[in-house]
Design a protein around this ligand. Sequence first.
Ligand code: NI
Length: 229
Amino acid sequence: MLVCIPEVLSKSDVAEFRRIMDAAEWEDGRATAGAQSAMVKRNEQLPADGEVARALGQRIVSALTKNPRFLSAAIPLQIFPPLFNRYAASGGHHFGIHVDNAVRGDPLTGLRIRTDLSITLFLAEPEEYDGGELVIEDTYGSHEVKLPAGDAVLYPSSSLHMVTPVTRGARVASFFWMQSMIRDAHVRSMIFDLDNVIQGLAGRLGRDDPETVRLTGIYHNLIRHWAEV
Ligand code: NI
């Protein structure tokens, strides 16, 4: 399941992020790649343990953890510190097809997570660059994603995905992973669906409607049944 989360960051936040990132030192993106993905990865990243990535990453995590759509779709247990990448046409940058590492450890904090969900937060407007589509494969085929700056897409870390070559301008983004309390993607997707239905009913009938209250109870009891915390 792919879930788009609009306006995680405001346009003014994005502009501020871009000013800070433009002034920072970048390194070869292969610094954080596994053996297979290093062979197909050509981009630049902000150093993962650098002050800039940590400070901006913290702002993204804090925005996301206040975002009801994100919380409902991801039911996050642990969020990995966000990383930042840049694909420039001048560097011939792209990232060939790969699956993200199953487990990620952060040397700075000692945090270690199973990667259930991957997220890309776009920090460049689609008009700023050509190419650079995030292509995600699932059982329904492959999906091309290119969102407005400030918007994010959440997708299963188990899926094959790639970033097509950037042929004009530069694609700037943040990307990271999280472990969900609900490991099973199918179960997580049904619980998200149920939550959306409940929000729709609550809007129409009111939160104190007796059946809506019972359905809300079922929602929480399903999470109680499935959650690993
Ligand atoms: Ni990836």
